[in-house]
Design a protein around this ligand. Structure first.
Ligand SMILES: Cc1cc2nc3c(=O)[nH]c(=O)nc-3n(C[C@H](O)[C@H](O)[C@H](O)COP(=O)(O)OP(=O)(O)OC[C@H]3O[C@@H](n4cnc5c(N)ncnc54)[C@H](O)[C@@H]3O)c2cc1C
Ligand code: SF4
Ligand code: SF4
Ligand code: SF4
Length: 440
């Protein structure tokens, strides 16, 4: 396994926060899995050590590849297998149970966590979007950031604002591997420039929470995560274990996630729809090219190759990771702020992404304050967005209908499925055209 840090990008990391030396020997540890009960009730997973996590999550195909077990393990004995896309034991496990408590693979008590972090259960009208205080649209005011980003650049703009104001010291992000530029890598960004360079969606699994391992004690952090990653961070915080780490996480910015795929899918799509050799790629942009959703490949000879969104998405539909097919959280329902795209259309024709805008959801008080302060400082532009605008999104279908269907089918056959602590029902929801005034 490689072990390097390049330009702030992490491949395999040495632990920077650790237990006191006296606590390290097996048996001397107060095992949270064995001895304590906590806010998670029956969702307090009883894995005493990493072997338990492997058996109950990884080997059952329930690992989301979030990277949190690697990032939160206090002994630093876990690493990420970049080829198999799963955690592995590289040192001595102290049997503290923290990885099992935090893991969002098998047990995700959504209603419990919602109540704990937002102070209430979702109302009936919040059934599909989760608890929120505001539904909004917006974009970064910095036009170059806005255009280089996945949607409107709100995510990067909020992070840069928070860092410039001293609210955070670093941000846990998904970057690209400089050696293999078509592959993702966890990234701990400590400068606005690093945040800016990491802008853009990577439609590929990234165990970005492994990047937590690189944070220094006391460093104030923001984390950008997909819904499953937010589940893990909230579980860890609710467990009361690894408190130092959880307390350092000041903001959780969640991305909407319709589904995700392995790096192998990206390699396959490049092989299937272009003549480009992987070793000639210098940069891959998932949203570049003609309709802002194509894959753009830049090569050593200066050439640029584009793979159409149609080819990419039609392949992705068949090649989605299995655990993602059982994931009904589309809008990162436990984040402080959740950010996605806006799709317009409806009765007039096919739904199409509105370029350079975010639809986003404010959930927590501190999330709302961050948005308001960044708006007042001129870092972002913000306006209202109708609820109907969210339901034209492809992720709404894949999660609130597709994943719910898959969960029901698999449970009926007794296959391993994640338990979200609630029942999901689905009914037809006619897509309604909505008004969106994009003037500022
Ligand atoms: C796999 C995936 C599926 C998505 N599905 C949908 C969808 O169905 N509907 C929808 O509206 N939006 C979806 N999004 C979100 C959307 O693509 C944008 O990320 C979001 O709108 C934020 O845009 P932005 O311009 O504010 O972000 P930017 O300012 O460009 O910042 C994006 C941030 O996301 C982080 N990031 C990128 N890729 C990953 C990754 N794989 N894992 C973890 N962090 C990552 C980067 O580190 C960066 O900091 C998806 C994103 C991903 C990664
Ligand atoms: S967090 Fe680390 S030390 Fe603790 S049980 Fe898991 S692998 Fe072992
Ligand atoms: S914590 Fe995340 S990466 Fe680790 S086993 Fe669980 S789901 Fe997989
Ligand atoms: S679909 Fe769910 S499990 Fe898969 S990456 Fe997205 S949030 Fe994680």
């Amino acid at each position: 396994m490689e072990n390097r840090v390049e330009g702030g990008q992490v491949v395999s990391l040495a632990p920077t926060f650790s237990l006191a030396a006296g606590q390290r020997a097996r048996g001397q540890f107060s095992s949270p899995a064995r001895e304590k009960t906590n806010a998670l009730g029956k969702f307090h997973m009883r894995t005493e050590d990493f072997q338990g996590l492997e058996e109950q999550v990884v080997q059952k195909g329930l690992c989301t590849a979030c990277g949190l077990c690697v990032g939160a393990c206090p002994s630093g004995c876990l690493e990420w297998d970049m080829e198999q896309e799963e955690p592995y034991l590289s040192g001595e496990c102290l049997a503290c149970g923290i990885c099992g408590l935090a893991c969002p693979g098998a047990l995700i008590p959504l209603p419990l966590l919602e109540k704990k972090f937002f102070g209430r259960a979702r109302a009936q009208e919040e059934e599909y979007l989760g608890v929120y205080t505001a539904l909004l649209r917006g974009h970064a005011k910095d036009e170059s950031l806005r255009r280089a980003s996945a949607s409107g650049g709100m995510t990067s703009a909020l992070l840069i604002y928070a860092m410039e104001q001293g609210l955070i010291d670093a941000a846990v992000l998904a970057g690209m591997d400089q050696q293999r530029p078509w592959r993702t890598l966890p990234l701990l960004a400590r400068t606005p420039d690093e945040i800016r360079k990491a802008a853009g969606s990577k439609y590929q699994l990234c165990p970005s929470l492994a990047g937590l391992k690189q944070a220094k004690p006391g460093e104030k952090l923001a984390v950008v995560g997909l819904p499953c990653q937010v589940h893990g961070l909230r579980k860890l915080a609710a467990s009361g274990e690894a408190e130092g780490l959880s307390n350092n996480i000041v903001f959780i910015l969640g991305l909407f996630c319709g589904a995700n795929t392995s790096y192998r899918v990206t390699e396959h799509v490049i092989g299937e729809f272009s003549d480009v050799r992987l070793e000639d790629i210098t940069k891959l942009v998932y949203r570049g090219g003609r309709d802002s959703q194509d894959i753009k490949l830049l090569c050593t000879d200066g050439s640029v190759t584009t793979i159409s969104n149609l080819d990419r998405v039609s392949n992705y539909l068949w090649l989605i990771r299995d655990r993602c097919r059982m994931c009904p959280d589309w809008t990162a329902e436990l984040a402080d702020i959740s950010l996605g795209d806006i799709f317009a259309g409806g009765q007039e024709g096919p739904w199409k992404k509105i370029p350079h805008w975010n639809g986003f959801i404010v959930r927590s008080q501190k999330g709302g304050e961050l948005v308001e302060h960044a708006r007042q400082a001129g870092a972002i532009a913000v306006g209202p967005l109708e609820e109907a605008a969210f339901y034209g999104n492809i992720g709404f279908e894949s999660k609130k209908h597709g994943a719910v269907y898959n969960l029901q089918q698999r449970s009926r056959h007794g296959w391993p499925t994640p338990d979200f602590g609630c029942q999901f029902n689905w009914r037809h929801r006619k897509r309604a055209p909505f008004r969106i005034d994009l003037t500022e």
